[in-house]
Ligand binder design. Structure first.
Ligand code: SF4
Length: 307
């Protein structure tokens, strides 16, 4: 099956064009939040792969949300394209603050010109009733998408990465968000230590059962300012090579439900802090290899999906 933009999978660009009628660009923001896995509530070291910037290494410069959005909009690469924008609350846990604070942040973003939606990266255990009600209220005014860091469903991996919640917490969060018609995107990491291809496909099959709208497939990379760096340097595991990664991604696409939008097909860690795998710096090469391999295999999203 070929999607309307000619790709054998449901790409984010395609989904944005269908929804907004033009190109949409995400502006990564750091609203100054923390995370229960960092502030001592659940832990102090964070998830094993998380960088010191709370996985928000590409957030826009500027102190306020409004300044960051203005900075993001001013990037040369968008000049002349006249896109609309999604304010992406990326760094740390973006529902982990009193609702009055959250409301102020989100509202600052949605008041900016040409911002047509907000994306909120968070943990499923940080979605209390008051937060859900706030998201629902904002969702009445503008497109709201919540991005949940699931990463994996394998128990030993959940412990290794110090995720700090069980899969049933994710399931409850998905149902609560879905009840409120809030879009849900799930982050999955491919290449976690000791995971087989079958383990990764099991995570995709699991996701398929839920009312999930999008998925980010993220290569596991090692950043120098994460605890994973130490674990890696001690020789505990190897990162994937390009060929294995591409093979796994293509399988994941084939097993994925056809209506799930694929927001990302690779990882893009901060190049200055990247220890491994170094081939991931060449994002163009990775994407081209994935596209080429899909074509060679005559593969498409959902080819192996069984209800
Ligand atoms: S939940 Fe997110 S921000 Fe918090 S430690 Fe894990 S990856 Fe980092």
């Amino acid at each position: 099956m070929i999607y309307s933009d000619g790709k054998p999978y449901y790409s984010l660009n395609n989904a944005y064009r269908q929804k907004f009628g033009r190109k949409a660009v995400k502006i990564s923001l750091d609203a100054g939040f923390t995370c229960p896995n960092r502030d001592g509530t659940l832990g102090t070291r964070g998830c094993i792969f998380c960088s010191q910037k709370g996985s928000g290494d590409f957030t826009a410069k500027g102190s306020s949300i409004i300044e960051q959005i203005a900075y993001g909009k001013n990037q040369k690469k968008w000049q002349g394209q006249f896109p609309c924008y999604i304010a992406y609350f990326q760094a740390f846990t973006n529902t982990y603050a009193p609702v009055t604070v959250l409301k102020k942040c989100y509202e600052q973003a949605i008041c900016c010109d040409d911002v047509v939606g907000i994306s909120i990266a968070t943990r499923p255990d940080c979605l209390g009733e008051d937060v859900l009600n706030l998201l629902s209220e904002i969702n009445e005014k503008i497109d709201v998408c919540v991005e949940l860091g699931l990463q994996t469903i394998k128990q030993s991996s959940i412990e290794l990465i110090r995720r700090g919640y069980q899969n049933d917490v994710f399931e409850k969060a998905v149902l609560e968000l879905s009840k409120r018609n809030i879009e849900i995107v799930v982050h999955i990491i491919l290449g976690l230590p000791y995971e087989s291809k079958k383990d990764m496909i099991d995570t995709i099959k699991y996701i398929n059962h839920f009312p999930v709208n999008g998925v980010k497939l993220q290569l596991l990379y090692v950043l120098s300012d994460s605890d994973l760096a130490q674990y890696y340097k001690q020789g505990n595991f190897e990162t994937l090579c390009l060929e294995s990664y591409v093979d796994i991604v293509c399988d994941c696409i084939e097993y994925m439900r056809p209506d799930i939008v694929i927001h990302r097909l690779t990882g893009d860690g901060d190049a200055e802090n990247l220890i491994a795998p170094l081939w991931s710096k060449n994002k163009r090469l990775v994407l081209n290899t994935i596209h080429k391999t899909l074509k060679q295999r005559n593969a498409f999203q959902g080819k192996k999906y069984i209800k």
